[in-house]
Design a protein around this ligand. Sequence first.
Ligand SMILES: *[C@@H]1O[C@H](CO)[C@@H](O)[C@H](O)[C@H]1NC(C)=O
Length: 175
Amino acid sequence: MLADTKMWLQFLPSLLLLLTAAAQAASFCPEDHVISPCTCLNDHDGASVSCFGSYMSAAEMTAIVGRLQNTTMSRLHIGGFGDLTEIPAGMFSGLKIVSLRVSDSSRPTMNEQSFAGIRGLTELIMSGLQMTEVPSVIFPSVSHVEYLHLSYNRFTTLPDRIFSPFTRLRRLFLL
Ligand SMILES: *[C@@H]1O[C@H](CO)[C@@H](O)[C@H](O)[C@H]1NC(C)=O
């Protein structure tokens, strides 16, 4: 019995090495300095980057997002700071990402190209942005999403057929 245990113990270091290698294989996050002051966690399907509450300008934000082009991304969360005055044209262009959340900022301006070129998006969350109008100008670029969250805004009207570009929509959150 003791001999058995000893035998297994001698394999323990190799087993630990194997486990470490497996854990590293699932590492998608870029090095900290690449995305600082944003932070990153490894999801099973890609990097989950949070730039929430990190004060920075739209230009700084765009630069960081640009450095994520070659990263396998699952989620990106931007917001929680007042300086995000706009979502510039092409900010997410080329980015392949499952879920994008822009939240808790003060009504950033957006145009037709703000979300142009984003790939693989399934979920778009734009909550707490103090928007008074539905941001339909961006809808053609994100019309393939299945989950659209527009909660905690200040919409006063919902024009007819405003969500008609979304042909795959499964859930819409407005409240
Ligand atoms: C992404 O990869 C391409 C091809 O290897 C490279 O030219 C480009 O500089 C990379 N972009 C970033 C932001 O790392």
